[in-house]
Design a binder for this molecule. Structure first.
Ligand code: PHE
Length: 345
């Protein structure tokens, strides 16, 4: 056995380069495998003279340790560089945290309203956002060219026809579709997105959400409407809530009313949210106009009903005292995260 053999192997270990884990394994076999160069030296060691055994024994063990360390080092490098043996995976690394989303405040409020009316026995109905003039206006007693159409500035999709397509300005259109399809008695609420051609400001937006409701049966009276709204307001804003109704006008209801709830912030004393009045406006409602019932094939002599409609952003604004409507549409994460802790409803 010669010192040079050991030095030569040590030098080639230093010079060793491996790009892949496969090459590292080949190098291991070349030096340390059963027929490897270092293994061969160990075989040869048996024949070494007694007096030299101690020296060569130490040198050989050092060489073997060097080889093992070098192979480990190369293995680590090849794995880091992402060898062709597959993607590098370090199972000890901490995982990527999941960003937990939260429900949008409008969704939270919609769900709350839907749950309240479900308890009263109402079903949920939905309809198209792109509607025709008939279902948004005509069937709801807005005669052609009637100025009431200006109450809701409309986005038209295709103008110039007798029955143009447009983006619905309220979900009352879903109530018409329900009356056309379903037998009386009818008890539905229609949540959905609506569109009006309005300048965007803190108090108005061209897209918002409504929940409208419709109840038709024999002998439905204004007292029933008032009671339904009162029960809803108390579920939504607390058991001490009072309501008041002010006369109003909608083409599809007669009589019509606007409903205010007592301000749940100052409890009627007057604050800047209720502008010192003690009352907050939340919805419009009324007894369904007989013309509307007849237009959808319901006998207005036998049946009567009430309808109501409210804006979800407005209810959300009152609930969370957010004073700028635009927050609900901008998807600013800082705003949305505020609702992450909102109770599951
Ligand atoms: N459709 C009305 C609106 O969008 C709300 C409403 C619904 C009023 C039902 C009365 C009855 O403003």
């Amino acid at each position: 056995m010669k010192q040079q053999d050991i030095d030569r192997i040590a030098a080639s270990l230093d010079a060793l380069e491996c790009k892949t884990l496969k090459e590292v394994e080949e190098a291991r076999v070349r030096f340390l495998g059963k027929k490897g160069e270092i293994t061969a030296l160990f075989e040869e060691f048996r024949t070494v003279d007694r007096d030299q055994k101690a020296i060569f024994g130490r040198l050989l063990n050092e060489l073997k340790q060097k080889a093992q360390a070098r192979i480990e080092e190369l293995k680590g490098k090849a794995a880091d560089e992402g060898s062709s043996d597959g993607p590098k995976i370090d199972l000890s690394m901490p995982g990527d945290p999941y960003e937990l989303g939260s429900r949008h405040p409008v969704s939270i409020v919609r769900q709350e309203i839907v749950d309240i009316f479900r308890k009263f026995g109402y079903d949920v109905a939905e309809g198209p956002e792109i509607e025709d003039d008939y279902h948004v206006f005509e069937a709801l007693n807005f005669p052609a060219n009637h100025p009431a159409r200006d109450m809701q500035d409309t986005f038209f999709v295709s103008a110039g026809h007798l029955n143009p397509l447009l983006l619905r300005t309220h979900t009352s259109s879903v109530q018409v579709r329900t009356m056309e399809k379903m037998p009386v008695p009818i008890r539905v609420i229609c949540p959905g997105r609506v569109f009006r051609n309005e300048a965007i400001s803190a108090r108005a937006h061209c897209i918002f959400h409504q929940v409208e409701g419709l109840y038709i049966d024999e002998n439905v009276s204004f007292a029933d409407l008032k009671q339904a709204i009162l029960l809803f307001a108390r579920e939504m804003f607390g058991p001490d809530t009072q309501i008041r109704m002010r006369p109003s006008y909608f083409p599809f209801t007669e009589p019509s009313a606007e409903v205010d709830v007592s301000c749940n912030i100052c409890h009627g004393k007057g604050c800047n949210i209720c502008k010192g009045t003690g009352w907050l406006e939340i919805l419009g409602c009324g007894m369904v106009d007989p013309n509307v019932l007849e237009a959808s094939g319901i006998d207005s002599k036998r049946y009567s009903g009430f309808a109501f409609g409210m804006g979800l952003e407005r209810i959300a604004m009152l609930k969370w005292r957010v004073n700028d409507l635009r927050h609900y549409f901008e998807n600013d994460m800082r705003f949305l995260r505020e609702f992450a802790a909102a109770p599951e409803v």
